[in-house]
Write a protein that binds this ligand. Structure first.
Ligand code: FCB
Length: 475
């Protein structure tokens, strides 16, 4: 198995999940601040107030990334940290933070990959109608302009928006995520439409205003059906299921990716949802389909299917006692072969795996280290499948592990540990897990170490040492 020599090996985080609020920044509230304070919906009433205190410890965190040999780091920018009211005035302290983070990364040879929106929507704009307001795409465009003017001399890789399916579905449908609304599907569709417009306007702004040649994509969640066997009928059924938009919810690929990459909504989706779109929807779509450089895919798991009597997909149940992550998510590595393959074939854009990983019950063992063979095995299985897709002609430019470090996992609070680096949330001490050293070796060998299954368990690499105690920054 060979990964291309310029393959990007990275890890990912997002602003609200790691930064901490830091009152000195004059940051505005996001819907997540408000949701954590008031909804009672977060496990143990946790919040992102301190999170990983990354805003004060980013230098140590970048030093750890360097020790792991990361080639790239995907982080997100907190909109209300840089524009407290969402539009209008900017915060110099907030912008300065991202300036310094980017400089620190570049100084040690790590490519910054910035996500412009990973769910921490400015509360002030939410109070003005949020994503339901027809002006909302233009608010986002204004914010993106500020970021591009500030960072595009040094940042060239951009994701506009992370997982529209999740923040629309959980934030405005089931109410499990901020802002905790339970709106009917008609409103969720209208919001999705505004989000697509925002993506288009943002992409255009990045392209037009960047000081260096940008590369642009977005990071939807890949909703993957994969065939239970290689039988062509099963493969076809899986492909159809992956591209269908035939249920009254936002959990699909094509309602989002077709407009962004093909300039149209899918026909089956229009049958269900056209009635909820504004009259101007066709005109609105003109701005949505901007030239894209890659398609980011967040893939954690998929659904096994086979062809039923009519050729349509039928779910194939997983065996009793099947492997699961600590979150209870099924472990389904073939999703990492079929997902990139199907989506590459439809949209013909290079794929970036913008997130993949698992939560695990990690703790510090008596020997002072964090042993997480499940994370190593899960990641190896998924990278093997990704390598197989590459060998079969799918163009994949990079892989970002979720996550660099344990962090605030939304409604789960701090219960789900996704990191390559263990975080003690009381002391803020970081301890790289075994998986961090293992991943460092994968990176060093450009994936060739994956050919030797023994490296997964037996040849446990030397630990990456813990970070030194951190000093708080004065700024
Ligand atoms: C994805 C999110 C990310 C993280 C992982 C586990 O849906 O993009 O922020 O929560 O799941």
């Amino acid at each position: 198995m060979k990964f291309p020599s310029d393959f990007v090996w990275g890890a990912a985080t997002s602003s609200y999940q790691i930064e901490g609020v830091e009152p000195k920044h004059g940051r505005g509230d996001s819907v997540w601040d408000d949701f954590c304070r008031n909804s009672g919906a977060i496990k143990h009433n946790h919040s992102g107030v301190i999170a990983c205190d990354h805003v004060n410890r980013y230098r140590d965190d970048v030093a750890l990334m360097k020790k792991m040999g990361l080639g790239a780091y995907r982080f997100s920018i907190s909109w209300p940290r840089v524009m407290p009211e969402g539009v209008g005035a900017t915060s110099e302290t907030g912008l300065g933070f991202y300036d310094r983070l980017v400089d620190e990364l570049l100084a040690v040879g790590i490519e910054p990959w910035a996500t412009l929106f990973h769910w921490d929507y400015p509360l002030a704009l939410h109070h003005c109608g949020g994503w339901l307001n027809p002006a909302s795409p233009y608010w986002f465009e204004e914010y993106v302009g500020v970021i591009i003017d500030r960072l595009s001399d040094r940042v060239t890789n951009w994701f506009t928006i992370n997982e529209p399916q999740v923040f629309v579905g959980l934030g405005y449908g089931t109410g499990e995520h901020a802002p905790g609304l339970k709106l009917p599907i008609s409103d969720q569709i209208l919001i999705s439409h505004r989000v697509l417009q925002a993506h288009g306007l943002a992409s255009r702004t990045i392209r037009e205003r960047s000081k260096t040649a940008p590369r642009i994509g977005w990071a939807p969640v890949g909703v993957i059906s994969y065939p239970a066997t290689d039988n062509p009928a099963d493969v076809e059924a899986a492909r159809k299921a992956t591209f269908s938009c035939s249920r009254e919810n936002v959990w699909n690929n094509t309602w989002f990716d077709d407009p962004a990459f093909l300039g149209t909504y899918p026909e089956d989706g229009l049958k269900l949802f056209e009635k909820y779109l504004p009259d101007s929807w066709q005109r609105d779509l003109e701005v949505v389909a901007q030239p894209m450089d890659y398609l980011g895919l967040n893939i954690y798991r998929g659904t096994a299917v086979r062809a039923g009597a009519d050729g349509d997909a039928e779910h194939v149940g997983l065996p009793v006692g099947d492997p699961r992550t600590a979150f209870g998510w099924e472990i389904t590595p073939p999703a990492m072969y079929w997902g990139p393959k199907f989506l590459f074939e439809r949209y013909k854009k290079p794929i970036i795996i913008s997130e993949n990983g698992l939560s695990n019950r990690d703790w510090i063992a008596l020997d002072g280290r964090v042993h997480d063979p499940q994370r190593i095995d899960y990641t190896a299985r998924h990278l093997n499948e990704l390598g197989r897709a590459i060998n079969d002609g799918v163009v994949v430019n990079g892989y970002f592990h979720w996550s660099l470090m344990d962090n605030f996992e939304w409604a789960e609070g701090y219960d789900q540990r996704f990191g390559l680096v263990y975080v003690d949330f009381e002391s803020q001490e970081r301890t790289p897990k075994d998986s961090a050293s293992w991943y460092a070796n994968v990176i060093k060998t450009n994936g060739n170490s994956l050919d030797d299954p023994a490296t997964i368990i037996e040849a446990r690499p030397a630990p990456i040492t813990r970070s030194a105690p951190t000093k708080k920054e004065s700024k």
